[in-house]
Design a binder for this molecule. Structure first.
Ligand code: ZN
Length: 199
């Protein structure tokens, strides 16, 4: 939605890694197992992937979804941006309850071709699970089992939660209630981006 509305490219380490996996690269195969079990891929790998992506696509603004997720990732991002003489404009923290996470991962469908995600409860896709953008097959992500949820939550509490304090100290953090529907969340995020670009 951000790409369509603002023309800003969005990526996430998950999307980059799923592409690597589908291409059958050694990196993709190595990380697929970690993702399946709900663990976090090592900081070193994630940082390299993001650095490559920034070099190729980061010239005119960018949004990272699900990055940084750890303190070392956040620190590396700072030094990458310093090197590129680019400022970090916004850090958005989507606050989502465990219950919301549980509901969403049990009902999420994703396009195997372009990464478009939707919910399986969306009437539009219930009968014919085909991507509206590229006609790819919509399928459940295989790292979406409830079984891996516990591991993920633990990773979140130990590694990601401390980032809140890190960015708060830099006065960059904006918290948004993510337990609402897509449109409400998107409206709030849009306001933050518009405020930034208006300056
Ligand atoms: Zn698609």
């Amino acid at each position: 939605m951000i790409t369509r509305h603002f023309g800003i490219p969005v990526t996430s380490p998950g999307a980059i890694l799923r592409r690597e996996r589908d291409l059958g690269t050694p990196l993709g195969q190595e990380t697929a197992e970690v993702l399946r079990s709900g663990g976090l891929v090592s900081d070193k790998i994630i940082i390299e992937l993001i650095e490559d992506w920034l070099r190729l696509h980061g010239g005119h603004g960018f949004v990272f979804d699900g990055f940084p997720r750890t303190r070392p990732q956040a620190e590396s991002l700072m030094s990458m941006l310093t090197k590129l003489r680019t400022a970090l404009d916004l850090v958005i923290w989507l606050e989502v309850s465990e219950e919301t996470v549980r509901d969403r991962i049990t009902g999420r469908l994703q396009c195997g071709e372009c990464g478009f995600t939707t919910s399986s409860s969306s009437a539009q896709f219930a009968n014919r699970p085909v991507c509206p953008y590229c006609d790819g097959r919509l399928e459940r992500r295989n790292d979406d089992d409830l079984g891996v949820l516990q591991t993920r939550l633990q990773e979140f509490h130990t590694k990601t939660e401390p980032l809140g304090a890190f960015y708060r100290k830099l006065s960059m953090l904006h918290r948004i209630d993510g337990n609402r529907d897509r449109d409400a969340v998107f409206t709030d995020i849009s306001k933050l981006i518009e405020d930034k670009t208006a300056k």
